[in-house]
Design a binder for this molecule. Structure first.
Ligand code: ADP
Length: 739
C-alpha cells in the first residue's frame, strides 16, 4: 500500500459536522409505551452525542408521566450516567403509559416543566402512540406557552425564547409495526428470543413427533410471526395482515400430514397474537391445537411466548441500530428550523434516513384501517416492501407447488458453498434449492467446495432434502477454502457431465453477531479482544459499536504509535472516573507488528495502577453457533433473489443457441446502501483490493467516527445524506434490502 492510498483513506473521514453546535440548547430524552431491547443504546447515544456537540441533555424519567409530573423526574444527564447500559435490556429511564398526557391539561403541565429547564428539543423513543402524542404536543406548543403566560406561570420573554419545540422520534417497538422504517429498535432482539425458543422446542418436538403451536407478540402486526416463520422454516403461519383463505383448516391439515409423510418428525405453527381470519374473527392458538388434535390426532402443544420476547440483552443489530439512530436524532434536532416538521429517524437498508412523523403515523394507521375493512392486500402493501417480500418468500419456500403446476425449464443448476463456513449458509442453500425447483430447474448440490466439485461430488437435491436447514450452523454441503484455480479443467468436465447450466456460489459471508463480551465486575479492567475477518475490519468495527468499545484497530484505518499512545492515555483518563470497564477490539490483520500481544502489553504497562488487562482471541467461535435470525433470513432472501436472477438469465439465453458467458452473466448479489444489487464480477474487480480481499470502498467505515464519539473522543461525524427529510410513500421500487 502506498502513502497516497493511506492519506486518501484517512481523508475520507474529514467531511463533517463542523458547523453544528448544540451550545445553549437543551434536549430532553424519554422512553415511552412498551419497552424494547436497545432503548438504552438509543438513550446513551442521544446523551453522548448531545454532550459532544455542547448541548445539555435531560433524562425524562417514566415517559410522559415524568414530563407531566416534573420535579426529580427531569434530571440533567452526564457522560457517565449512561455508561455500561448498552448491553442492558429494557430502559433505565423507565417507561410508562400516561393518561394525563392525553389531555391538554396534562400537556400544559408538561410544557411548563420543559420551559422551566429551557428544554425545547425532545427526543421520544417509543411506539406509534408515543410518537403521535409527541406530534400533538409539538403542534400545540405555542398555544400551551401562551396559556402558561396568561396564567402567569412564565413571562413574555420566556415565551419568545422557547417559541418552538423540535421533536424527533425513534421507533422503539419489538413488533416492527411502524410504517416507514425497515426495522424498529427491539425487533431483532425479540426475534433472537423467539428463535432461541423455537430451536429449543424443535429438539424436544423431534424426539416425540409433536406439533407445536407457538404464539408470538404482535396484536396488529405480523412481522415477528412472519420473520420467525421464515427463520425456522415453519409449516404454517397466521398473520393479521394476511389471513388464511377460506377452507384453511383443511389445507393446513393436509400440509401438516404431507410434511409428516416426508419423514418430518415435527410441525411448527407460528401464530401472531392478533391473527384473524378473512372475516376478522380471531384465530387463537387453542383453536388451532383443537383442530390438529381432532383432525389429525397429533400430539400438539401450545407455547405462548409472552414477555420473554421483550427480555434479555439487546442483539448486536439493535445496539448498532439504536446507537446510529440516537446520534442521527441529535443531529436532526440541531438542524431543525421552525418549519421542519417532527421527524422520525430510521433505517432503510443500511442507510439512516429521516421521515416526517405524521406521514409514518398515518400510514401505520392506514394498515389497521385496511385490516378492519378487510382490504388485506392493501394491508400487506402498506406494511412496506420488505414485509411484502418476506411474505412472498415464505409462501414460496414453505409450500411446494404440485408438480403439474411447475413449469419445466430443462435447466440444471448447481449450488456450492465456498470459503469459510458462515452461519446462514444453509438457509441460503435451502432457499436456492426450493426456489430453483419451483422455477422448474433440476437442482444439484456440490459437496466440499471446488475441491469436491473437481472430484465429482455432485448429486441431485430435492425439496425435502433441505427441510430443517435454516437453523443449522456451519455448512451442511461442506466447504473448503481451496480456490478453483488448479482444477478448472476437472470442474469444467463435471459441468459438462452433469450439463450444469448455471452455478450459484454461496460464500464469503461474515457475521458480527457472535461477538459478545462479558466484561463487568468491580475491578477496573480493560479487555483486548481479537476478532476475525482477514483484512476486513467490519467485525471489529461493528462489534466495537455494539459493545461500546473504546477503540477498534482495523486495517482499513491505518494507525501508528501516536494513535496507540493517544488511545491508551484516553482510556487511562476515563478509567480514573467511575468507569470500570474498557474494551479494545483488534482485527486479526490490522497491523503486522502491532499484534494483539503487543497491544495487550502496551495497555497493561501504561495502565498500571489504574486498571489491569485481559486479552481474548475469539477465533473460530465467531463462525460457530446457530445462525441468528438476521443471517437466516438474509441468507434465505438473498439466495431466493439470486435464483430468480439465474432463471431470468437462463431464459434469456434459451433458444439463442449460444452460450451466454458475458460479463453480465457472472454477478455478485449483495446489499448496496438500501438495495439489493447485482454487480458483474468484471465491475467488482475494479472495486476490489485483491491483495487484502476487501472492497476498496466499505460503507461501514463512515460509522467509525460514531464509535469514537460515543467513547468520548473528538471525532467528526458524517451525517446521513445531508439530513434531508424524505417522504414515506415516495421510496421507489427498488429491491428491498432489509430483513
Ligand atoms: P406505544 O408508544 O408503544 O404505541 P401507547 O400507545 O400506549 O404505546 O402510548 C404511550 C403513551 O403515549 C400513552 O400512555 C400516552 O401518554 C401517549 N399517547 C399515546 N397516544 C396519544 C395521543 N393521541 N395523544 C397524546 N398522547 C398520546
Amino acid at each position: 500500500m502506498d502513502d497516497d492510498d493511506v492519506s486518501a483513506r484517512k481523508g475520507s473521514f474529514r467531511k463533517f459536522l463542523e458547523h453544528l453546535s448544540g451550545a445553549g440548547k437543551a434536549i430532553g430524552v424519554l422512553t415511552s409505551g412498551g419497552d424494547a431491547q436497545g432503548m438504552n443504546a438509543a438513550v446513551r447515544a442521544v446523551v453522548r452525542m448531545g454532550i459532544y456537540v455542547g448541548a445539555k441533555v435531560y433524562f425524562i424519567y417514566e415517559g410522559y408521566q415524568g414530563m407531566v409530573d416534573g420535579g426529580s423526574n427531569i434530571v440533567e444527564a452526564n457522560w457517565e450516567s449512561v455508561s455500561s447500559i448498552l448491553q442492558v435490556g429494557g430502559t433505565i429511564i423507565g417507561s410508562a403509559r400516561c393518561k394525563a398526557f392525553r389531555t391538554r391539561e396534562g400537556r400544559l403541565k408538561a410544557a411548563g416543566n420543559l420551559v422551566q429547564r429551557g428544554i425545547t428539543n425532545l427526543c421520544v423513543i417509543g411506539g406509534d402512540g408515543s410518537l403521535t402524542g409527541a406530534n400533538i404536543f409539538r403542534k400545540e406548543w405555542s398555544g400551551l406557552l401562551k396559556e402558561l403566560a396568561e396564567n402567569g406561570d412564565i413571562d413574555g420573554e420566556e415565551v419568545q425564547k422557547h417559541a418552538y419545540l423540535n421533536v424527533v422520534g425513534m421507533v422503539g417497538s419489538i413488533d416492527n409495526d411502524f410504517c416507514g422504517t425497515d426495522m424498529t429498535i427491539g425487533t431483532d432482539s425479540a426475534l433472537h428470543r423467539i428463535i432461541e425458543v423455537v430451536d429449543a422446542i424443535m429438539t424436544t418436538a423431534q424426539s416425540h413427533q409433536r406439533t407445536f403451536v407457538l404464539e408470538v407478540m404482535g396484536r396488529h402486526c405480523g412481522y415477528l410471526a412472519l420473520v420467525s416463520a421464515l427463520a425456522c422454516g415453519a409449516d404454517w403461519v397466521f398473520l393479521p395482515e394476511s389471513p388464511p383463505e377460506e377452507g384453511w383448516q383443511e389445507n393446513m391439515c393436509i400440509k401438516l400430514s404431507e410434511n409428516r409423510a416426508r419423514k418430518k418428525r415435527l410441525n411448527i405453527i407460528i401464530v401472531a397474537e392478533g391473527a384473524i381470519d378473512t372475516q376478522n374473527k380471531p384465530i387463537t392458538s387453542e383453536q388451532i391445537k383443537e383442530l390438529v388434535v381432532t383432525q389429525l390426532g397429533y400430539d400438539t402443544r401450545v407455547t405462548i411466548l409472552g414477555h420473554v420476547q421483550r427480555g434479555g440483552t439487546p442483539s448486536a443489530f439493535d445496539r448498532i441500530l439504536a446507537s446510529r439512530m440516537g446520534v442521527e436524532a441529535v443531529v436532526a434536532l440541531l438542524q431543525a428550523t421552525p418549519e421542519t416538521p417532527a421527524c422520525v429517524v430510521s433505517l432503510s437498508g443500511n442507510q439512516a434516513v429521516r421521515l416526517p412523523l405524521v406521514e409514518c403515523v398515518h400510514m401505520t394507521q392506514d394498515v389497521q384501517k385496511a385490516m378492519d375493512e378487510r382490504r388485506f392486500k392493501d394491508a400487506v402493501r402498506l406494511r412496506g416492501r420488505s414485509f411484502e417480500s418476506n411474505l412472498n418468500t415464505y409462501k414460496r419456500l414453505a409450500i411446494k407447488m404440485p408438480d403439474d403446476q411447475i413449469p419445466k425449464s430443462n435447466c440444471n443448476v448447481a449450488v456450492i458453498n465456498v470459503g469459510a463456513p458462515a452461519a446462514g449458509m444453509n438457509a441460503a442453500v435451502r432457499s436456492a434449492v426450493r426456489v430453483g425447483i419451483s422455477e422448474g430447474h433440476k437442482m444439484f448440490a456440490i459437496y466440499d467446495g471446488f475441491e469436491g466439485f473437481a472430484k465429482g461430488q455432485i448429486k441431485e437435491i430435492g425439496w425435502a432434502d433441505v427441510g430443517g436447514w435454516t437453523g443449522q450452523g456451519g455448512s451442511i454441503l461442506g466447504t473448503k477454502r481451496t480456490l478453483p484455480g488448479k482444477s478448472l479443467e476437472a470442474i469444467a468436465e463435471q459441468m459438462r457431465t452433469h450439463s450444469i447450466n448455471a452455478l450459484l456460489i454461496i460464500g464469503g459471508f461474515e457475521t458480527c453477531d457472535r461477538i459478545k463480551q462479558s466484561a463487568s465486575g468491580t475491578k477496573r479492567r480493560v479487555f483486548i479482544i481479537e476478532t476475525m475477518g482477514g483484512y476486513c475490519g467490519y467485525l471489529a468495527n461493528m462489534g466495537a459499536l455494539a459493545a461500546g468499545a473504546d477503540a477498534a484497530y482495523i486495517f482499513e484505518e491505518p494507525f501508528d504509535i501516536r494513535d496507540l499512545q493517544a488511545n491508551v492515555e484516553h482510556l487511562t483518563e476515563k478509567m480514573k472516573t467511575t468507569i470500570q470497564r474498557g474494551l479494545v477490539l483488534r482485527n486479526e490483520s490490522c497491523s503486522e507488528h502491532y499484534t494483539t500481544d503487543f497491544i495487550y502489553h502496551l495497555y497493561s504497562e501504561e495502565g498500571k495502577g489504574v486498571f489491569d488487562c485481559r486479552k481474548n482471541v475469539l477465533g473460530h467461535m465467531q463462525q460457530g453457533g446457530a445462525p441468528s435470525p438476521f443471517d437466516r433470513n438474509f441468507g434465505t432472501k438473498i439466495s431466493a433473489r439470486a435464483m430468480q436472477w439465474l432463471s431470468t438469465k437462463l431464459k434469456e439465453a434459451q433458444g439463442k443457441g449460444k452460450r451466454f458467458v458475458t460479463d453480465d452473466s457472472i454477478c455478485v448479489l449483495g446489499i448496496s446502501k438500501r438495495n439489493l444489487l447485482f454487480q458483474p464480477v468484471a465491475q467488482l474487480k475494479k472495486e476490489t483490493d485483491f491483495e487484502h480481499r476487501i472492497p476498496k470502498e466499505q460503507w461501514w467505515l463512515k460509522l467509525r467516527p460514531l464509535m469514537k464519539i460515543l467513547a468520548k473522543y473528538k471525532a467528526s461525524y458524517e451525517v446521513s445524506d445531508p439530513g434531508q427529510l424524505e417522504h414515506v410513500h415516495h421510496r421507489g421500487h427498488e429491491e428491498p434490502a432489509a430483513i
